[in-house]
Ligand binder design. Structure first.
Ligand code: ZN
Ligand code: ZN
Ligand code: ZN
Length: 373
């Protein structure tokens, strides 16, 4: 599902307001999630410059290599009424950007992940402009998801929920994490994502490493297995969901009680999500029951991260972040307990702040799930 044209028009207008409010004279964005957010297309042009030029005063324009221009046909760019300025390999595209801007520039905001090859040439072409990051301008917009984005995230979450529902096809004794991961990767695409962005299968002691990948470790009866998976939809919005499984009954006798602490912590953190609560309060709500039960030192990461066109984006649910939650903010709630050398567990759902509380986008059962051994 693509963002409606009115939504994109509105985002561009609000971005210009934000550019002005930030005291920036122009914002320049090359292909990135920021550009996709504003134009609805995942433009790429490799080493050649594609650049959205957003002056504080004046109309936005898109600089594109001429050979990429046909690729814009049928995209919202045509309908948005943007001026498109194309260039050939004999032209200087950085000069073209400068010509689209007023002569005297104070601050110029550049997309955070713009390649240095463009940053330095833009600095040469705009010698008066002080280069600053675009994220302080854009974060306020991108953090608050509009209706089209929330529906895209809900579609992504439903897709990854269907993959978790099939986990018994892939996790079985005698199979390696890598073999299970290959099956899961295929399943993520079969269920509707365009690709698997990441597949973590952390079995036994590997589950105690939150960002484990997959390995040649062979799954065995009694293993606890952390499965953290996600991918993008065609519109570019991501899923990210963790469930913890056991191969048959858990082999260690502390698994059930420890997992119960984790599940209570995840529930408490989700229950703390509402407009007016702070990100730090959500983190504390997850951390308190875990600390109370004596596992505080084994919950070794923040409680959650924002999600959208990027898997990790603002807002971050962590101690010290006094950001006040508002309707439309979407993020993960993913406490974990990690016992080095033994096993680990994590429960992760994507949630959205609503007008009066919270909506969970992932809805698979959260209890420890025993698969046939
Ligand atoms: Zn992570
Ligand atoms: Zn995850
Ligand atoms: Zn996550």
């Amino acid at each position: 599902m693509r963002a409606p044209l009115e939504t994109l028009t509105d985002r561009l207008a609000r971005t210009r307001d934000a550019v002005r409010a930030a005291g920036v004279d122009a914002m320049l964005l090359t292909p990135s999630p920021d550009l996709r957010y504003l134009l609805g297309v995942a433009a790429t042009s490799h080493e050649r410059l594609t650049c959205l030029v957003l002056p504080a005063d004046g109309d936005p324009a898109l600089v594109v290599p001429r050979l990429e221009r046909p690729g814009l046909d049928g995209t919202p760019v045509a309908e948005l009424g943007l001026q498109v300025a194309d260039w050939t390999d004999a032209d200087d595209p950085y000069r073209l950007v400068a010509d689209l801007l007023p002569g005297r520039l104070g601050r110029v905001a550049l997309g955070d992940a713009m390649p240095a090859s463009h940053v330095l040439r833009l600095r040469d072409a705009l010698p008066d402009g002080e280069q600053v990051l675009a994220s302080p301008v854009l974060r306020e917009l991108r953090m608050r998801k509009d209706t089209a984005e929330i529906e895209a995230l809900a579609e992504a979450a439903a897709t990854i929920d269907r993959v978790h529902a099939r986990m018994g096809e892939w996790l079985a004794p005698g199979r390696t994490e890598a073999a299970a991961g290959a099956g899961i990767t295929a399943g993520i695409v079969e269920e509707g994502h365009t690709e698997a962005a990441f597949v973590i299968v952390g079995s036994g002691p590997h589950g105690a490493s939150p960002h484990h990948d997959v390995s040649d470790r062979v799954l065995a009866r009694g293993d606890v297995v952390v499965v953290d998976i996600g991918g993008p939809t065609a519109a570019g919005y991501h899923s990210d969901c963790t469930r913890t499984y056991t191969i048959g009954e858990p082999g260690a006798d502390d698994v059930a009680a420890t997992y119960a602490v984790l599940q209570a912590a995840q529930d408490a953190a989700v229950a703390a999500v509402r407009p007016g609560a702070t990100a730090a309060q959500v983190d504390a709500a997850a951390r308190e029951p875990i600390t109370e039960a004596g596992f505080g030192d084994h919950f070794i990461h923040r409680t959650g991260h924002g999600i959208g066109l990027e898997v990790h984006e603002e807002p971050y649910m962590m101690g010290g972040n006094d950001l006040v939650l508002e309707p439309g903010m979407a993020f993960s709630v993913e406490p974990g307990i990690y016992l080095p050398g033994r096993w680990g567990a994590r429960i992760e759902d994507i949630v959205v702040v609503t007008a009066d509380g919270v909506r969970r986008l992932n809805n698979r059962p959260r209890a420890l799930t025993a698969l046939p051994a």
